[in-house]
Design a protein around this ligand. Structure first.
Ligand code: UDP
Length: 270
């Protein structure tokens, strides 16, 4: 992780040591996007917070929320409640950054889950932190680990397991993670299943950071390509995904819903 200005964040984290586990939620400004609190942090600030929280011995559950997840939560109060329990929620895509602008709460930049997870992996390789990879189809986590280990030599891999399991196997996976105590736990079960899984297990897994990473393992394993950077910058990553994975079409109906609901919220909140 890049070298960071530590002073201001350290005060917040120190307060966390005094037992205020939610200090980050109190001190980082938030954008309310359809009832979901999105932390208004840049990439640098996010990485700094994660680092400082780890050093302070706090567990951080991080969600990178995209428009689709926020629409789902808007339709499902129980899911919204789950998301609000995370320690940090950030804007995964340009749709959420746009919503912040429309609703008068500036969000500095998009922080896609796959990029944030890779930042964590770089950090892990640099600092000797262990990482557990949980999710995706059989063979994919392993292929992703292989790629990442050749890109970041020395990456300490605590373990990996695919995400297609029966209930009894699921208990075994939890036991394994419990015993291995990885510093960083990447959960790639797709949203919102990964968030529900983390909610259910985070209280007794001894990890520093847990994050749902959606299809990131498929990308690292070379099974799925990301949209070119310029498409992401123009807010067109969804179009690329639609063209390359047409089975996602139904899920993408959430995007116009998101735009409609944000504009409606803008005019009803005046
Ligand atoms: N997945 C899984 N178990 C399941 C369902 C899905 O491990 O029961 C994995 C799936 O193989 C894929 C990821 O979850 O690797 C979801 O990827 P998707 O691209 O849908 O996630 P997004 O990035 O859109 O959240």
């Amino acid at each position: 992780m890049a070298s960071l200005d530590r002073s201001s964040v350290w005060q917040r984290v120190s307060a966390g040591c005094l037992g205020v586990q939610d200090t980050v939620n109190v001190h980082v400004p938030i954008a309310d996007i359809l009832g979901i609190p999105i932390h208004r942090v840049s990439r640098q600030q996010l990485l700094q917070l994660l680092q400082e929280r780890k050093e302070a011995g706090l567990t951080t559950w991080l969600i990178t929320a995209n428009a689709e997840l926020i629409v789902r939560a808007d339709d499902n109060p129980s899911l919204a409640q789950t998301l609000r329990k995370a320690d940090l929620l950030v804007a995964d895509g340009s749709g959420v950054v746009w919503a912040g602008r429309v609703l008068g709460s500036y969000l500095p930049e998009r922080l896609p889950g796959v990029e944030i997870a890779e930042e964590l992996i770089k950090w892990a390789a640099d600092e000797g932190l262990s990482v557990y990879f949980f999710g995706a189809e059989p063979g994919v986590a392993e292929a992703a680990v292989k790629q990442l280990c050749s890109k970041y030599p020395g990456l300490p891999v605590a373990g990996y397991h695919h995400g297609y399991f029966a209930e009894s196997e699921g208990r075994e996976i939890v036991r394994e993670i419990e015993q291995l105590k990885p510093d960083i736990l990447l959960v790639a079960l797709g949203a919102p299943r990964q968030e529900l899984w983390i909610e259910q297990h985070i209280s007794f897994l001894d990890v520093s950071i847990a994050i749902g990473v959606g299809g990131s393992f498929d990308i690292w394993a070379g099974r799925v390509k990301r949209a070119p950077g310029w498409m992401g910058d123009w807010g067109l990553e969804w179009l690329y995904r639609l063209a390359t994975q047409p089975r996602r079409a139904k899920r993408m109906l959430a995007l116009p819903q998101f735009v409609y609901r944000v504009i409606k919220a803008r005019f009803t909140s005046r």
